[in-house]
Design a protein around this ligand. Structure first.
Ligand SMILES: [Zn+2]
Length: 151
């Protein structure tokens, strides 16, 4: 008896218009009561997705611009404080991809410019020629490498 009640409740719940919630009495696979409700539903869904994508694209482009302005034109790397990035509106939650350098350090990239939080809590910014180029090895690591016996 309980099962029957449950099933009929689910039936009613699943048989409502996805847009206006009106009970549907047509085909068993019907989702909307009419074309107006179908269009309204899809327009709202698309508008939400478009706004979401626009917001993320804007944030990524802004992040890239902030990093690009901080790296001197004649260099491919610079170290700044986190506060400097935050003050310029950099959003640490958004990046396009990740890439490890030769020392296995994980950089977060916004297009062709990557960031790495250093041991001291500062942020190293590295500009690559394009996103397929490997990350230039920072000067500190080059020194360490020199100390090791060469093979
Ligand atoms: Zn409807």
């Amino acid at each position: 008896m309980y099962h029957l009640k449950c099933a009929s409740y689910m039936d009613v719940k699943n048989r409502m218009c996805w847009e206006c919630g009106k009970v549907l009495r047509g085909r068993t696979d019907q989702k909307f009561c009419n074309g107006t409700c179908r269009n309204a539903y899809h327009n709202r869904k698309n508008s939400y997705n478009n706004n979401l994508i626009r917001h993320i694209n804007y944030t990524l482009r802004h992040n890239r611009k902030v990093l690009d302005e901080l790296v001197p034109a004649d260099k491919n790397t610079v170290i700044v404080s986190r506060d400097e990035l935050i003050a310029r509106g950099f959003n640490f939650k958004y990046h396009t991809h990740t890439q490890k350098d030769a020392n296995n350090k994980m950089y977060l990239f916004c297009y062709e410019i990557g960031i790495l939080t250093t041991a001291s809590g500062k942020v190293r910014i590295v500009r690559t020629a394009d996103i397929r180029q490997t990350i230039p090895i920072p000067l500190v690591s080059r020194k360490k490498r020199k100390d090791k016996p060469s093979d």
